[in-house]
Design a binder for this molecule. Structure first.
Ligand SMILES: Nc1ncnc2c1ncn2[C@@H]1O[C@H](COP(=O)(O)OP(=O)(O)OP(=O)(O)O)[C@@H](O)[C@H]1O
Length: 246
């Protein structure tokens, strides 16, 4: 596997507590990866490290081709280098239409002045139409984002992240609060997005992880406990013990 992200020997201590403990693993250039693990396993801290929010005490985090250390980059430099993060709660502009939300994301200028000032070029209009199609909102372009259902807001935000053409997309619990139909659509969306980039999904919901059908990394106490297909990791006795709290 030619890796896009390599985490090697990373540790983070908060007030004497090792939240991440000698963590090492790699993510490929075009792959879908699920990260699972019990509460407090270090999943959020891992994403905070990759996006520059938390600095590790030890280890390497290299990204891209040729590999660059993310540890010397600011949060905004990391975002500009192509790492996008979707938090659990959607943060779309509720008053603006779906079209304007996507257009703003494309322009990467989220200020109200920027919205008023832009004159959409033909290519941008086409790109917004393509993004809306990709996330399944082509019939909702003129609706205010605030009117969308929960799942649709999540897709809009994924579309806004895709507008930035990230090489690595980190997605936190995308299926939370979704209906079965919304989950199916989200699965397809993430799978498609991962054909041309790396998509890392942090998820508690095993049924959703099964749908993703991808390699799974199990974290526990800040380290990788197991890795492989969902069937492989769920047959692992250490994983069973951790999930049963033994
Ligand atoms: N800023 C902080 N200060 C002190 N402890 C922290 C801080 N951030 C995280 N921790 C601790 O580090 C550990 C890992 O937390 P983290 O949020 O990364 O786990 P998680 O796997 O995302 O858990 P969950 O599934 O509950 O979201 C937890 O024990 C948490 O309490």
């Amino acid at each position: 596997m030619s890796s896009l992200l390599e985490v090697a020997g990373v540790s983070v201590t908060f007030d004497g507590f090792r939240a991440i403990n000698d963590l090492s693993f790699e993510i490929g250039r075009a792959e879908l990866r699920a990260i699972i693990g019990p509460n407090g396993a270090g999943k959020t801290t891992f994403m905070d490290i990759v996006t520059g929010k938390t600095r590790p005490d030890e280890g390497r985090v290299d990204y891209g081709e040729p590999p660059r250390s993310l540890l010397r980059m600011s949060e905004s430099e990391i975002a500009r280098a192509g790492i996008g993060r979707k938090f659990q709660r959607p943060t779309v502009f509720e008053q603006q239409s779906v079209r304007d939300n996507l257009m703003m994301a494309l322009k990467n200028d989220r200020s109200p002045f920027g919205v008023m000032a832009w004159r959409a070029a033909r290519t941008d209009i086409d790109k917004v139409a393509d993004l809306a199609e990709e996330v399944g909102l082509a019939d909702h372009l003129d609706r205010p984002a605030g009117e969308l259902a929960h799942g649709q807001k999540q897709w809009l935000e994924i579309g806004m992240l895709l507008a930035q053409d990230p090489r690595l997309l980190l997605v936190d619990e995308p299926a939370a609060g979704m209906t079965l139909g919304e989950r199916e659509h989200t699965t397809e969306l993430l799978k498609r997005a991962a054909e041309t980039r790396a998509v890392v999904v942090v998820e508690h919901d095993m049924e959703f992880v099964r749908r993703l059908g991808c390699k799974v990394t199990v974290l526990h106490e800040g380290s990788v406990l197991a890795e492989g297909s969902l069937d492989h990791v769920t047959a692992n006795q250490d994983v069973i013990d951790v999930y049963l709290g033994r």
